[in-house]
Design a protein around this ligand. Structure first.
Ligand code: SAH
Ligand code: DHB
Ligand code: MG
Length: 221
């Protein structure tokens, strides 16, 4: 019952405010044909990422967890002509579909998909050379969220924004008895962020066409 209403309301405002989007539809279709799991951000959330990136005038964006590049396209659309987006993906098949989707969306020159474990890629990044990144979107394996967040912070500047997806997962985050690596990873992340004096953060719970979840948003002081 609740899920039906969430979906209907998402569709209702989506039709009005997001409109038809052949580029994103084609990306999702290519993902499905390629056998990628449909775990992209939901459309209203993609647009929120886009609006946040625009509102802070982001010129450099870092993404951890590309999948087929659906969230990447939303973020890349926020960039100015000389903006840059670096996105990290461990699965070469996902990266291949994403690269094709990003080219179809017109972002071949602006976006770089770096294939490999994100921690390896992040370790090679120098804030003075590759960054600083104005916005980082963390959306990969949740067990490593704390390490991703630390790298994001290292590669940030005062005023940078860091967003972490899927921190609620149907409320499983508050199940103290859970031994799910993703739940433990997210609990560890929240504890680290709470102790981190360089950021101020909040978590927003979300419902919609993709169920009940939420994201963490942190602003670097
Ligand atoms: N941000 C995407 C969804 C990402 S799904 C969107 O909203 O459209 C999570 C992705 O993280 C998957 O493609 C998965 O292969 C990738 N991933 C998982 N572990 C990873 C790792 N250690 N390093 C880099 N990417 C990883
Ligand atoms: C999963 C991962 C995601 O990034 C997401 O948005 C939804 C689900 C998953 O691994 O199940
Ligand atoms: Mg996600």
């Amino acid at each position: 019952m609740a899920e039906d209403v969430w979906r209907t309301v998402d569709d209702h405002f989506g039709r009005m405010l997001l409109g038809p989007d052949p580029v994103l539809d084609a990306a999702l279709e290519a993902n499905a044909i390629g056998g990628l799991p449909a775990i992209d951000v939901f459309p209203a959330q993609g647009k929120l990422l886009h609006l946040l990136a625009r509102s802070i005038g982001a010129g450099r964006i870092l993404e951890i967890g590309t999948l087929g590049g659906y969230s990447t396209i939303w973020l890349a659309r926020a960039l100015p002509p000389h903006g840059r987006l670096l996105t990290c993906e461990i699965d070469p098949r996902h990266a291949q579909v994403a690269t094709s989707n990003l080219a179809m969306a017109g972002f071949a020159e602006i976006v770089e998909v770096r294939v490999g474990p994100a921690l390896d890629t992040l370790s090679t990044l120098d804030p003075a050379v590759d960054g600083p990144f104005d916005l980082t979107f963390i959306d990969a394996d949740k067990a490593a969220n704390t390490e991703y967040f630390e790298h994001a912070l290292r590669l940030s500047r005062p005023g940078s924004m860091i967003i972490v997806d899927n921190v609620v997962r149907n409320g499983r985050v508050v199940d103290a008895g859970s031994d799910e690596p993703s739940v433990l990873g997210t609990r560890r992340l929240a504890a680290a962020v709470a102790q981190e004096e360089r950021v101020s953060a909040t978590v927003i719970q979300t419902v919609g066409a993709k169920g009940y979840d939420g994201f963490l948003l942190a602003l670097v002081h």
